[in-house]
Ligand binder design. Sequence first.
Ligand code: ADP
Ligand code: ADP
Ligand code: MG
Length: 481
Amino acid sequence: MIQKILVANRGEIALRIMKTVRKLGMKTVAVFSEVDRGAPHVLFADEAVCLGSAPSSESYLRGDKIIQAAKELNVDAIHPGYGFLSENAEFARQVEEADLVFIGPTSKAIEIMGSKLAAKAAVKKYDIPMVPGTDQAVTDPKEAIAIAEEIGFPVLIKASAGGGGKGMRIVNEKSALRSQMERAISEAQSAFGDGAVFIEKYIGSPRHIEIQVLADTHGNTIHLFERECSVQRRHQKVMEEAPSAVVDHELRMKMGATAVKVAEACNYRGAGTVEFLLDENKNFYFLEMNTRLQVEHPVTEWITGVDLVEQQIRIAQGEALGITQDELKILGHALELRIYAETPLEDFLPSVGTLEVYQLPSGSGIRVDNGMQQGMEVSIHYDPMLAKLITYGPTREAAIGKMLEAIEQYRIEGIQTTLSFGKFVCLHPAFRSGEFDTHFVRDHYDPAKLQEARESEARIAALIGLKHYLNISQQLRLPNT
Ligand code: ADP
Ligand code: ADP
Ligand code: MG
């Protein structure tokens, strides 16, 4: 039985995992870099180990040091969170070789699904709908042109090892293909250490719909419905929700069954996510599988009542799933806004600085998965996500209302964040009506409008302040008059 878990991560996700570990009566071990010495995840843990200096390559990516620390502290299992080592098959293998439990799938499954090409190859025989394109790496521009002409422009060049929205190039015409491909290959090589790229049809107006799956080691695989993550910037999610506003019961069950097949195709174990694109005609296509806990997992937890981290741990210690597909029901609606340290007014450029004021919202229907506190520095070394704001309501409209309420309550000063963008999304008719796709930002987002809204808010705030001041000064004068 697992008694002590080391969480090989930082920030909100390290804390979120440790909370469940503690709930299950197990001990927690944190790891940290020198700049994170006083971070909430370190303070929360029962024990903590410093890995090295700030750069991830010196700390959170040092699998060797992490395993060594785990051995020294008699840890039973390692939870990798997301990012960092979570999808590193070599690390998963080393953990198991060190006689520790890796809370995640087998290294083999990580290896297959970590490569978008290998993933496509693995699911091919299971009759999974896929975006038209190549199923092998392309290096020859001539071949690429022939393929692109066959599937039709625009096409997308993708890095097989890509992730986090990186490593994608849209090509609109034949003349640009050669140069874009050369760039894509060299970028993929330097960013992911793997130059393999392939070509996919560029779907014009897709929605990003993904299915959460859970698989145990006793042959049971279930899905926990969908999440919609179409509100993105730079091909990366900013706002997510469950369920999707456009997926009906029939489509849900069809996509769910397909996701289960994808999981079974790689002998999956643990929690995973199968990502799809949904086109305007409600056709769906397999994109990739993420072999880890996903950033946006809380929305699924809220509508199903299932603690996904608890399930990961139970599966890792060999328990059979305690939930069947038929028992699962969707109750209500949940939204998540990723609070990134970015400037929505300037193309979502990173914003660094000190959190001079940092106060979280609270109340029923509000959950904040947070890893920061007032006074902390937002470091350039790590992912710029500070926290996730999750809200819940019996209906989609109620969840959106809650989100607006929570955004008002959230106070962050010292850096710019995506809070204001979240408000823009929640107020936008396209989002409210459910009629949007992955181009929400391109098609609807106008920083000038955000700026206008801010200025008029500031004006209203100033007027309220003035009125308040006048009232008070009048009251103060009253006794004299
Ligand atoms: P999710 O897929 O969980 O919805 P993201 O796509 O934003 O969320 O990725 C989650 C985290 O994993 C981020 O920290 C992101 O930078 C990181 N990440 C994902 N894939 C890769 C990859 N192939 N290489 C490096 N980092 C990655
Ligand atoms: P990553 O590993 O970076 O998460 P994905 O393949 O999951 O890469 O794609 C991320 C996002 O990029 C999708 O949610 C979608 O917005 C966009 N995208 C990916 N493939 C296509 C495609 N073939 N057509 C249109 N958009 C795409
Ligand atoms: Mg993806």
